[in-house]
Design a protein around this ligand. Sequence first.
Ligand code: FRU
Length: 487
Amino acid sequence: TFYQEQHRPQFHFSPEKGWMNDPNGLVYYEGEYHLFYQHYPDSTVWGPMHWGHAISKDLTTWEHLPIALYPDSLGYIFSGSIVVDENNTTGFQTGKEKPLVAIFTLHDMVKEKAGRNDRESQGIAYSLDKGRTWTKYEKNPVLANKGDADFRDPKVFWHEATKHWVMPLAVGQHLEIFTSPNLKDWEKTGEFGNKDGAHGGVWECPDIISLKAEDGVEKWVLIQNIGRGAINGGSGTQYFVGTFHGKTFINDNPPETTLWLDYGADNYAGVTWFNAPNNEKIFIGWMSNWDDYATKVPTSSWRSAMTVPRKLSLIKTSEGYRLAQMPVTQIEKLRLGKTEISKQTISNDTKIGEKSVLKEINLSFDLTTSTANEFGFILSNSLNEKVVLGYDKTTKQVFIDRTNAGKSDFSKLFAKKHLAPLNDDKELTIKALVDNSSIEVFVNGGKIALTDLFFPNEDYTQLSIYSKGGNAELIKGEIYPLKSIWK
Ligand code: FRU
């Protein structure tokens, strides 16, 4: 039956069948959150890229819609974005609906096979019926390539102060910024990142957003995905905090400061929704990693899922302004009942009665009084396979350990432990979302996030809280079994 295969995510978005990678065209319009995605419907590995399509009213349950964009003579349809053309700057509007305009990379396989560098260009398409049907612009491409082999992933937004469209574009290992009055004519206005941040791989899928901290300070944040060389191996998402006046991005921090949006191995190509209500910045990522198991993970009729949508915020820390993220609160609708765990001292392994596989785990520990070297929780099954979420007191690191989590023979790079630094906190507050084959962890209000996949041979129905080498002081705990969104 529907969505019941082994490892099939139950409250994360995954395609009905076939291959999926990056989220694309994230746009909110007339009560609907649109999620388009890199999709190859005819196989479970990457191939000719289409844009798959789904919508949601609550960022929690999803409805599949027909494929929106098919590859054409100009190329595969690579990643890109969608904007609402509120003022009809394109002139595409004919009736009452505002044009939704998709801006995407056309990847020309003929040129690629011929070894040419000018294989990627940017094209547009529009919809006048709330994203249901799409017309490609007859004069594509709107931004041609002058010879950069990697020239892709336009993430367009409207800059109100200068009243023009802005397109951050990933070019090799830096970012280029183009602006336009009408989404058709583009001019290069900026370049960033030749020296800044991590450069272990090609830069892909940028996003520039503005966020206000609680003290009223507004910062611009550049989310910059990187194909290889991320903090815990392979693909990952770095970000920069700075300013943007309409033309280029200026980093607040020294070039060598590298900030990571997620410390797990499986959150890539994530960007935010255009036009979300209340100017919220809602992020979603692809839960996988190009290095090297994206096409090898042991799922059957489909491959890959998205993270849960996460609300981004800007927090002030002793080091400067930083991103924080928490799952959108709408996810709480999936809660079924609740198990409360009272304040207690954990001195070994404490089994929690809750047996559901899908769950939300909330735990807080007192770091000032806990004496244990290591503590956290363990998801496990009767085969002794497990995923550990722990805190290491000596190194002051939070980690997910999936070295013994079940299937891993599909890639040497899978069975690993992923670490994140946690400095100067008095408490460790964890929110974890556990699905059939993934865990997402948000630490201390989301200032640290870790996202990892796992593929146990038998579902994880056991949960325990553990400590090693001393006591862990649990302040409180709440576990919620969660229901599936696909039933
Ligand atoms: C990132 C990416 C993008 C590209 C797309 C192709 O995962 O490599 O840069 O547009 O995937 O599917």
